[in-house]
Design a protein around this ligand. Structure first.
Ligand code: 5AD
Ligand code: SF4
Length: 485
């Protein structure tokens, strides 16, 4: 299975699976190599970093061997994500021994979490910059070149990089990420994000619309609006458009999405991630109103038992979650739904685990990202509860929910056979040069034989067969719209 952006292998490693390396871009005198781990937000941040560095004469390279500066944008969400980065840093330290002028820096969540210790105790890197410190990178690199170590992990209540137009490194790209909020105020008890990315703040809607328009004009046909909790997006502004003030007009997520949807009917809109406690009917109604807002919602449930949800501090019960699913089915009958599930959270009993399986059966998710609980330092759960479900039990429970999910994914895909889906072509299929690959509106991967259509085109595909992860079909004419007289 592949994540919603087609990047990483899923199941236990989830969205934090593989590294993404920024592509070669333009001829600058100095070379920057950026490797990103973790969520789409990190990847999007790396493009902001590339933009900041480009102003200083750096061009990006895919080859770390020729770099003057290596930056690793890191993830702390689970312990195994951090272990992978540490291994990479050890490799770069070896490269630095042979190339003493090389600057190696850590960005993102591990930078924020581990701060000085990466520089001092572990001596792994020269530079540590937290998620809100990227504007300072050029100066920090100068400090390192002057023989100092550089660290800036200050978190901000204001920084959204709203005015920075990220450099899109995948020339000829089709699908881009645009961040709309940063940070998170939710404090789910298992989650390290509020500690590493700070308080939630929303970005000026006009800069968001500007960025989406810009990438559409450059040939992109899909944007994913990104935030830790997109439903809590809220921008207040005075008549001057700069001062945030509760009494002045506000823009909420539904209104923002409507502004983006109006850019062009050929620009598809997706978003990630929704929070079940905040997903409103207003958002669902805007989705129903615009053909170019994809009927697909990623709605992490985490557990199917209300007591576990309470220990997780999620702010909703099983019943509330099922009510939100019912609202989606009512307002958007053809909506794709995916989720995140954590097994083996502190104190999880067999009965609580069974409740997750039964919720899966009730909802019949199209996809799920499934993880074993991994205790993170400083979180509420680490301070309040014991990580008392054994590794063996976590593995068994994970296997059970994965098997259940594969059944549901296959059953949902089988139901699509005979249907005609609108597909945005992303490129040639990885498995066969003779096939193209794209996604339908519900975010399912669709593969079909090459015709005259090309990357970036919308085509109609009649589904003939499927696996649990992919629909397979052939291109057909656009179906005639039903005209009701
Ligand atoms: N252990 C396991 N999974 C976690 N997630 C977040 N924190 C943890 C943790 N400590 C999962 C949640 C979240 C997804 C991005 O990562 O399911 O929705
Ligand atoms: Fe973490 Fe919860 Fe915020 Fe998501 S909503 S980033 S799980 S604290």
């Amino acid at each position: 299975m592949v994540d919603d952006h087609g990047n990483n292998k899923v199941i236990d490693e989830g969205k934090q699976g593989e590294a993404l390396v920024l592509d070669d871009h333009s001829e600058g005198s100095k070379k920057l190599y950026v490797e990103s781990y973790g969520c789409a937000m990190n990847f999007s941040d790396s493009e902001v970093v590339a933009s900041i560095m480009a102003k200083e004469g750096y061009s990006t390279t895919r080859n770390s061997e020729e770099a003057d500066v290596i930056l690793i944008n890191t993830c702390s969400i689970r312990d195994n994500a951090e272990m992978r980065v540490r291994k990479r840093l050890t490799e770069f330290r070896k490269q630095k021994k042979a190339q003493p002028k090389l600057v190696v820096g850590v960005l993102g969540c591990m930078a924020e979490r581990l701060k000085q210790s990466l520089l001092e105790e572990e001596k792994l890197v020269d530079l540590v910059a937290g998620p809100d410190a990227y504007r300072e990178l050029p100066g920090m690199i100068d400090e390192v070149n002057g023989g100092q170590k550089a660290v800036n992990v200050l978190l901000s209540r204001e920084e959204t990089y709203g005015d920075i137009s990220p450099i899109r490194l995948d020339e000829g790209g089709i699908s881009g990420f645009v961040s709309i909020t940063r940070g998170c105020d939710n404090m789910c008890s298992f989650c390290v994000v509020p500690f590493t990315r700070g308080r939630e703040r929303s970005r000026d809607p006009h800069t968001i619309v500007q960025e989406c328009t810009d990438i559409f004009n450059r040939g992109y046909r899909e944007v994913t609006l990104l935030g830790q909790n997109v439903d809590s997006y809220r921008w207040n502004m005075s008549s001057k458009g700069v001062i945030k003030d509760e009494t002045q007009s506000t823009t909420d997520f539904a209104e923002l999405m409507e502004m983006v949807a109006q850019i062009h009917p050929d620009l598809r809109i997706r978003f990630s991630t929704s929070h079940p406690k905040d997903l409103t009917d207003k958002v669902l109604e805007v989705m129903a109103k615009y053909d170019n807002i994809c009927p697909y919602i990623h709605l992490p449930v985490q557990s199917g038992h209300s007591d576990v949800l309470q220990r997780m501090n999620r702010g909703y019960s099983r019943e509330w979650y099922l009510d939100r699913i019912a609202a989606i089915r009512r307002i958007l009958p053809n909506c794709g739904i995916s989720t995140d599930i954590i097994v083996g959270f502190c104190g999880e009993t067999e009965e609580e685990h069974q409740a997750t399986l039964s919720l899966q059966n009730e909802v019949q998710f199209d996809f799920a990202y499934m993880y074993k609980y991994s205790e993170r330092p400083k979180t509420l759960a680490e301070r309040k509860f014991e990580d008392d479900v054994t590794e063996e039990l976590k593995s068994r429970r994970l296997d059970e929910i994965i098997a259940n999910q594969l059944r549901h994914s296959l059953a949902n895909n089988l139901r699509q056979i005979g249907e005609v889906h609108k597909v945005l072509i992303e490129g040639v299929s990885k498995k066969s040069e003779d096939d193209l690959m794209g996604r339908d509106e519900r975010n399912t991967k669709v593969v079909f034989p090459k015709g005259t259509a090309k990357k970036g085109d919308y085509v109609w595909v009649k589904i003939k067969e499927c696996t649990s992860a992919t629909l397979i079909g052939e291109q057909v004419e656009e179906p005639a719209k039903l005209v009701v007289s």
